[in-house]
Design a protein around this ligand. Sequence first.
Ligand SMILES: [Zn+2]
Length: 327
Amino acid sequence: MIVKAFAPSPLTLGLQALVRRLLPSHPQFPSLQQELKNKEAGDFAEHYVLNELEKLPQLSDCYIFHNVILPTIFPMQIDILVVTPSGIVILEIKNIRGTVHFKEDPRQLIRTSDTGQVQAFSHPEIQLEQYIQAMHHFLSEHNMVIPIYGAIVFPFNNVEIHREGRGLPIIMGRELPMFVHKVIAKNRGIATNDITNIILSQLQSRTPFPLCRYYQLEVSALQKGVYCENCHHFVMEKMKRTWLCRRCQHQCMVAHVQALRDYAMLIGDTITNRGCRDFLKIDSEDVAKRLLQKSLQTWRNTGKYTKYNLSSLLESPIKVPKSPVNQ
Ligand SMILES: [Zn+2]
């Protein structure tokens, strides 16, 4: 069963907002647009693998997590983690097109695209080894010693893989059921419930926000205003009850919420009334106040200016379900 479901990575959501708002003439626009495409491809592949794992009958008694960050000695961000009676399986998912070479000395991943463009990536095996090591350390701190298996998974047949030397398994999507089957067959009677509860209780989240600071962009490079989902321009105007697009007449009562979310991901997690009027292109102080107070759970008065906390608008990437285990 899936205990931590798929959610798009915060960086993907932030990049979507950034690419939407950054002027296409900005020098960093093409590279950010490419980074967004890569992130979306990565998220798509992780979602696909999660769905495939969920269908496997062998995993019906196992616990599956998407995007696991735990407090460990090494930085960790595991794409997919499965707790099985044979141990823990860590999957590093790759969605890279073209021809890839896993180089041995030094370890590097070299990709040649269909157009002949050559690009170097960090070797996924290095990352996976680090996660396995970190997971062993994490479990030992909870007095647990259990086997940990890792694999690099290319879910789609859009890649030709060449490998030097041997190391952790590199498998294609279609091999995943067999890989899982081999692991499960070693059944060591491990207490999957206990491990799952420990992981659930320690899950952390991490975001790179605000992205203007992360990518060293001037806030002035962003387009202001409220976005029309229908015609993709920042021309929504505040009417009495709703937002109305001046270009295509599309109406949306909550169009400002995405704009405030964009502000939180790109500029900062607090906003003043003046900042809100400026970013949403609203004239009235009262209208801005009403929108902010209605959209947000908390704000605090800091003397002259009330600062509104936008972080409640960023859905927590951790949606921890009720413990899968009755204790
Ligand atoms: Zn429109």
